[in-house]
Design a protein around this ligand. Structure first.
Ligand code: ADP
Ligand code: MG
Length: 734
C-alpha cells in the first residue's frame, strides 16, 4: 500500500488525536468500555489484545478474545458485520459503528495503525457501552410522547403566551372551547377574546403572572361565533434561568356549571317559596327526630311556632300511635318513603285531629340520609264526613239487609242491579236467582201494562210513583205488593236507576176484606137480633094455620098449601140462620167428640146425597175431642156438606170428609169433586147474600165463618174450576 506525504501527516494527526481521545475516554469511562488491537492474517482478523470492563458486561472472560480470530470468539453474524467494519478501516478509514452484542448496545470506533512505510499493520479500536444513553433516549422519547398526548388530549385547554400576550401554542381543547384553531390564534393577542368588562382584570392578572405569580381566576371570553363563555383560568409563569420566558395557561369551560348553578339557585328559591306558601304543613327533622324547620302552615296547624320547637321533638303524636309512628320513622331513616298515611295528631291546645302524612328521607350531597320531612294534610273534616257517611251507609245497609220490605234497584234498562235479602223471605226467591229472573214474568199479567206505564212515567217525570202489583211467589201464589218507585237522577239529569220499595200487603188486604165483611156482619147481626123474633112468632102461626088448611083442602088446593108450607119453611130457615148470626159467643161449650158430630151431620144429609147418587166417605180419627158448642159446629158441618152436594148436583160423585188429630190442632176437610170456584170469586164467599144459586141464601158460609171464628178456628178454601173444592177447618186444641 502506498501513501503520500499528506497521508502520513494525516495519519500522525489522527493518531495523536486518537490517542488523546482514547486516553480520555478510557480514563473517563473505564467502567463501560473496552479497547482492542486487531491484525489481519490470511484475510481474517485476529485480536492481538482486547481488554476493558465492557468485556464482562458482554459476558466474556477478561482474556477471552486475546489471540483469537474474530469468527472464533464473536457470534457468527456479529463477526461478519465486524469484518466489514474492519475491512473499511484497513483501507485507511476511521470507522464508527453501533451494534448490540449479547443484548448490550454499544458504539465502536476502529482506525488503522500504520508503520513507517505508511502501510496498515493493524487496527486499533474501542467500544463504549451505550445502554445508559439508549435508555435515556428512550425515556426522553417516551416523555415527549406523554406530554404531547397529554397536551393534545387534555380536556382542559392548555396554551402558552409569550411575554407580549400573544399565543404561541394551543391544544385542541382550546379550539373546542373558543372555536378558533391553532393557526388562527398563533401570534394573536389574547385581549380581544376577553369580554370588555373583564379586560382590565385580565390585564392586571397577565401583568402579575409576568412578575412570576401563579394565578387562578374566573373570566368570560367570546367564542368565535360571538357567544359568551365562562372560563376558569390558571396562569403559570414559565421561568427559565430566572427570567419569565412565557406564560403557561390552563382553561376550563365552566359555562355549564355556571348555568346549572344558576338553575339550582333558582330551583332552591322556588322550592323554598313553595314550602313556605304550602297549605300543607311541612316539617323537617334530623335523625334524632328533632325539628329543624317548619313552615307557616305547620304553625297554623299545630299551634306551635317554629322557634318554640326547633331542636326539640314535637309532642304531637297521640300516646296510642307512638309505637307505629316510631316504627315508620325508623323505616324512613333507612330510606323508605310513605305517602298519605292516615293518622291522628295532637295540637298544642290538646285537640286531636285526623291527618294524612307523607314521610320522605332527606339526603346530603353524598347520598347519606341526614333527616326526613313530614308533610301533613288536614283531613279532619273529610274524615268526619267519611265516618258519618260510613255510619249512615251501615245503617242503610242494616235497614236494606234486614227489612221485610222488598228493596230493589233497577238500571235504566230495567235490569235488576240489587235486590234485598227480604226477597227470599217474602217471595221465596234466592236473592241471586232473583236478579237473573226476568221480573216481568212474576208480575200478574193484568197488572203488568199498568206497571210498565208507571215506570215509563217515572223515567220521564223523575217523580216517585206508588201502585199495587200482584206478583207470584216461588210457590206460585199471588201476593199483592204495594210498590213505591223513585228515580235516581245523575248529575246530567238522566235517570240512572230506579229504586223500588215494596211491601207485601196480601195479609193486610185480607184483613181489610175481613173487616169489611165483619162490619157487614155486625150490622146484619144487630138487624137479625131485632127482627128474627118478630118474624118467628107470626111465622109459627102462619105455619100452623097453613097445616090446618091443607088438611081440609081439596086435591088441587093441597098442592098450593104444600108450596106455601115449603116457602114458609124457607123463610124459617133464613130467619134461623139470622138468629144464628145474632147469637153472641158460644154458651154451651163442652168437650165433644167432633167425629160424632160429623157423623150426625152426615146422616142428616145422606138422603139428599143419595138423591143425586153422591157418596160420602168419612175418614175420621178416633177421640177427636174439642171444647166446643156441638150444635153450632153441627150447623157448620151441615152447611159445608150441603154446599158440597149442591156443587156436585150436575156431575161429581164423592164427598170426602176427613178429620185428623195434629200436633196441636184438629183439622177437618170437606173435599168434593164438583164445579169448583173461580179464583177471583173465592174472596167473595162468606160475604152476606153472596150466592150463585137460584135458591141460595148466600148466608151459609157467612154463618160458618162466624161460628168458626167464635171457636178460634180457621176456614180455608182451595178450589179449581171443574175439578172440585176443599174446605179445610183448623181448630186449635185448647
Ligand atoms: P148458598 O149455598 O146459599 O149459595 P153459601 O154461603 O153457602 O150460600 O155459599 C155461597 C156460594 O159459595 C155458593 O153459592 C157457591 O157459589 C159457593 N160455594 C160454596 N161452597 C161451594 C162448593 N163446595 N163448591 C162450589 N161452590 C161453592
Ligand atoms: Mg150454602
Amino acid at each position: 500500500m502506498n501513501h503520500s506525504k499528506s497521508q502520513t501527516s494525516q495519519y500522525k494527526n489522527r493518531k495523536a488525536s486518537l490517542a488523546k481521545t482514547y486516553e480520555f475516554e478510557v480514563a473517563d469511562q473505564v467502567q463501560d468500555s473496552l479497547m482492542f488491537i486487531v491484525e489481519k492474517k490470511e484475510s481474517t482478523y485476529h485480536f492481538i489484545t482486547c481488554q476493558g470492563a465492557l468485556l464482562q458486561k458482554f459476558g466474556y472472560e477478561d482474556d477471552a478474545f486475546n489471540g483469537k480470530q474474530i469468527d472464533e470468539c464473536l457470534p457468527k453474524y456479529h463477526a461478519i458485520r465486524r469484518a466489514i467494519s474492519y475491512d473499511r478501516a484497513w483501507e485507511g478509514n476511521s470507522v464508527t459503528y453501533e451494534d448490540t452484542l449479547n443484548g448490550i448496545p454499544y458504539m465502536g470506533a476502529v482506525s488503522p495503525v500504520y508503520d513507517e512505510k505508511g502501510e496498515v499493520t493493524r487496527l486499533q479500536g474501542f467500544c463504549v457501552d451505550m445502554s445508559k444513553k439508549k435508555r435515556a433516549e428512550e425515556k426522553l422519547k417516551e416523555r415527549e410522547y406523554y406530554f404531547r398526548t397529554l397536551f393534545n388530549y387534555h380536556p382542559d385547554g392548555i396554551f402558552t403566551l409569550n411575554k407580549d400576550g400573544r399565543f404561541l401554542f394551543i391544544n385542541p381543547a382550546v379550539s373546542q372551547i373558543c372555536g378558533y384553531d391553532e393557526h388562527e390564534l398563533y401570534q394573536t393577542h389574547f385581549m380581544p377574546l376577553i369580554v370588555p368588562e373583564e379586560r382590565q382584570k385580565a390585564e392586571d392578572f397577565f401583568h402579575r403572572a409576568k412578575q412570576g405569580e401563579m394565578l387562578h381566576f374566573e373570566t368570560s371570553v367570546f367564542h368565535k361565533d360571538g357567544h359568551q363563555i365562562d372560563l376558569q383560568v390558571t396562569n403559570i409563569p414559565i421561568n427559565i434561568d430566572g427570567e419569565i420566558h412565557s406564560i403557561y395557561g390552563i382553561v376550563k369551560d365552566i359555562s355549564c356549571r355556571k348555568k346549572s348553578e344558576k338553575e339550582l339557585h333558582h330551583l332552591r328559591h322556588r322550592i323554598a317559596s313553595m314550602i313556605y306558601q304550602s297549605a300543607d304543613s311541612i316539617a323537617v327533622f334530623d335523625l334524632k327526630n328533632h325539628l329543624i324547620s317548619a313552615n307557616p302552615a305547620f304553625e297554623a296547624f299545630y299551634g306551635w311556632t317554629e322557634e318554640e320547637l326547633i331542636g326539640k321533638t314535637v309532642p304531637y303524636i297521640p300516646e296510642e300511635e307512638l309505637k307505629t309512628y316510631l316504627h315508620i320513622i325508623n323505616k324512613v331513616k333507612k330510606g323508605e318513603k310513605f305517602t298519605g298515611l292516615e293518622s291522628t295528631r295532637i295540637r298544642k291546645d290538646g285537640t286531636k285531629f285526623y291527618v294524612s302524612v307523607t314521610f320522605s328521607p332527606l339526603h346530603d350531597e353524598d347520598g347519606d340520609i341526614i333527616g326526613y320531612s313530614a308533610i301533613t294534610r288536614d283531613i279532619h273534616s273529610q274524615k268526619i264526613a267519611q265516618e258519618a257517611l260510613r255510619k249512615k251507609n251501615e245503617q242503610y245497609q242494616i235497614i236494606t239487609e234486614h227489612t221485610m220490605d222488598l228493596i230493589s234497584v233497577f238500571n235504566a234498562d230495567g235490569q235488576i242491579m240489587y235486590s234485598s235479602p227480604s226477597h227470599y223471605a217474602v217471595l221465596g226467591y234466592e236473592s241471586g236467582s232473583f236478579t237473573d229472573l226476568e221480573w216481568t214474568e212474576i208480575v200478574h199479567p193484568e197488572d203488568l201494562p199498568d206497571l210498565l206505564k208507571s215506570i215509563a212515567n217515572l223515567k220521564n217525570s223523575k217523580q216517585s210513583m206508588k201502585m199495587e202489583v200482584r206478583v207470584k211467589n216461588s210457590e206460585g201464589q199471588w201476593l199483592t205488593l204495594e210498590t213505591y218507585g223513585t228515580a235516581v237522577v245523575n248529575h246530567k239529569e238522566e235517570v240512572d236507576s230506579i229504586v223500588t220499595i215494596s211491601r207485601d200487603i196480601t195479609e193486610r188486604k185480607k184483613t181489610e176484606d175481613f173487616l169489611r165483611k165483619s162490619e157487614k156482619l155486625a150490622v146484619l147481626g144487630q138487624l137479625a137480633a131485632g127482627i128474627a123474633h118478630e118474624i118467628r112468632n107470626p111465622l109459627t102461626s102462619l105455619k100452623g094455620f097453613t097445616h090446618l088448611l091443607r088438611a081440609n083442602a081439596s086435591e088441587e088446593e093441597h098442592d098450593y098449601y104444600q108450596i106455601m108450607l115449603s116457602e114458609l119453611e124457607r123463610i124459617n130457615t133464613i130467619v134461623g140462620e139470622f138468629m144464628m148470626l145474632a147469637k153472641p159467643q158460644p154458651k154451651n161449650v163442652k168437650k165433644n167428640d167432633i167425629g160424632r158430630v160429623l157423623k150426625e151431620a152426615a146422616s142428616l144429609l145422606e138422603a139428599q146425597a143419595n138423591l143425586h147418587s153422591i157418596e160420602f166417605i168419612l175418614d175420621l180419627d178416633s177421640e177427636l175431642f174439642l171444647e166446643c158448642e156441638a150444635d153450632q159446629l153441627k150447623q157448620v158441618f151441615i152447611n159445608l156438606m150441603k154446599n158440597g152436594i149442591e156443587a156436585m148436583e150436575d156431575d161429581g160423585k164423592l164427598l170426602k170428609i176427613k178429620a185428623k188429630k195434629e200436633q196441636d190442632a184438629i183439622v177437618i176437610s170437606f173435599k168434593d169433586d164438583g164445579c169448583g170456584i173461580p179464583q177471583d170469586k173465592i174472596d167473595h164467599i162468606g160475604e152476606p147474600f153472596y150466592t150463585t144459586k137460584e135458591k141460595g141464601t148466600g148466608l151459609g158460609m157467612m154463618i160458618c165463618n162466624k161460628i168458626i171464628e167464635n171457636h178460634n178456628g180457621k176456614l180455608e178454601i182451595e178450589s179449581e174450576v171443574d175439578k172440585g173444592t176443599v174446605v179445610t177447618l183448623t181448630f186449635p186444641k185448647a
